[in-house]
Design a protein around this ligand. Sequence first.
Ligand code: GH3
Ligand code: MG
Ligand code: MG
Ligand code: MG
Length: 300
Amino acid sequence: MNIDQQQKVLVADDDAINREVLGELLKPDYTVVLARNGAQTLERAGRHLPDLILLDVMMPDMDGYEVLRRLRGDPQTAHIAIIFISGLDRPEDEANGLKMGASDYIVKPFNQTVVMARVALHLQVVRQRRMLERLANIDGLTELANRRRFDEVYEQEWQRACQSGRPLSLALLDIDAFKQFNDRYGHPAGDRALRSVARTTGAAMHRPGDLAARYGGEELLLLMPETDAQSAHAIAEALRAAIAGLAIPHEASSVAPVLTVSIGGATFDPAGNEQPFELFEAADAQLYRAKQAGRDQVWW
Ligand code: GH3
Ligand code: MG
Ligand code: MG
Ligand code: MG
């Protein structure tokens, strides 16, 4: 398997021999990271973001339960799958580990074949969960965030803007004369053009917190937190120019011989007492004006 696609397993054990044996066992199939104590486990988990941690319970500086608790408390590491591996073999220990949110509990001395089988099983669960998350949040055609994901993030960013008093900018992008594009070049070509526009839009939304999403059809959304109207307008204008610059031929368009987009944007001033839908309506109204004024332009 390609090293980039390999899943990553962190082996955390204070016993050097256990680390060595587990490490060697897993290496042929996974990228392996080792940690010798609780503190190192937390540090390496944060740095390498493994898919799964084989976590010893008894370690001198911090026990596995405490490590798990701290991992769960950090959004970055909260979802890492954990398998406890421990010499504590009473049923209560096992039940306790599972109740804390571990995926599994392996008792030492362990059987290597069983460890491999359980690691493979839980990594498969991790892959399935990721795929479900992707299906739930990503639009299949454009690979941008879907409407559902956008609504979630918009709500969060709105709250953040209210609390921080920083501006929040929102724009709606709509491809010009796209019906004619489909009529002239066919739907598959339309899909490809839409994907190109989406890729360029995604690349323009590259700052932390920025989000590009598919609103529906050939309409995209741009969310720019902590961005005032002037900056957001400039970013949208650069995006409009970049899309025209893709030079996707559109001979049936009355706007230009290439595919163009119109963008309408608005900026939320937290000092007012606007509602989230009002910003949306304002951006939509600006998009309408951009269309009325001849398309291939940005109105803010
Ligand atoms: P305007 O400049 O006023 O936006 O003109 P338009 O033709 O783009 O506007 P309209 O909203 O009337 O039509 C949008 C068209 O976009 C209709 C539909 O055929 C096309 N469309 C929407 N989603 C997709 C898609 O996923 N793939 C393709 N190929 N076409 C799509
Ligand atoms: Mg130990
Ligand atoms: Mg439209
Ligand atoms: Mg359109």
